[in-house]
Design a protein around this ligand. Sequence first.
Ligand code: TXA
Ligand code: MG
Length: 303
Amino acid sequence: MSSGEIGSDIRQAATLLRDGGVIGMPTETVYGLAALASDEEAVRRVFDIKGRPYNHPLIVHLSPTEDLSQWGHFNSDATALAQAFWPGPLTLLVPRTARVSDWVTGGRDTVAIRVPNHPVAESLLELVSDGVVAPSANLFGKVSPTEAKHVFNDLGKLVDYILDGGSSEHGVESTIVECIDTPTILRPGSISKDDIEAVLHISMQADTGESRAPGMLTSHYAPNARVVLVETIEELRSQISELSISGTRCISLHFDSVQEYAFRLYASLRQADETGVTVVVALLPPDQGLGVAIRDRLRKASH
Ligand code: TXA
Ligand code: MG
């Protein structure tokens, strides 16, 4: 198998996947480390490449033309959310079918499913015409990749190919909603609580999901630099000036729009490490909409 190069050949990527390869795959949220869901050996390689514990389950990515009932049991909430947001940055946790192996779910009786909204990913999934597992294509606990070169820098020597689809449009991982009894958000993302409530005509409880979605550990998405969180621009300025006076290499992280914040968050953290910055001072965005997801990732990066 070829090794680790970045390219834009969707057919080659599909052939590699069908032959049991592991590749970097672009999506609209972050890049994924992709393998055929039905190939146990390839799925195991995904865990090994990331250094991820085998009991942390993976998301199955499907093309919009796939028959969902082959993969999971969708209740009325799951069906409504799928209709409203797929293809898109939403993952639904539903009871699994027999087609989904223990290797994918870590032995759980549920499966996380997502239909990504990215032209390259869509073509790839269509060509593969099977489920594709894809955790974020970073080393376990580290910053997620939003560009092909991020995957190359972290995992280039370990994967068979990296399919370039440009910068990920959203920049934070998909919103995960468990649709079993009461619908619950297990991980915030760019589809907000308000968006989900509007479709389901309910008001949802806050849930950190720590217990139900393994892998959402307190420390995650972490760069080597220390991440300091502040709530106001005044606090940001005073922290930066104190650090600079003491000779600490630091940068500030703040953006006027939450969309831009999400889009540039991971690339900024990566760049800080590449340029020898030791402290990142990040201004927390307001705790609503996409801001909830950014605060979640920043809090974990700062731990
Ligand atoms: O945006 C995304 O979702 C990206 C792109 C590549 O699609 N993928 C992603 O995958 O973020 P990953 O593996 O980094 O995060 C998936 C999360 C993990 O915390 C995992 O524990 C949870 O989803 N998860 C997956 N299947 C689950 C299951 N059956 N039960 C509970 N949690 C599950
Ligand atoms: Mg991840």
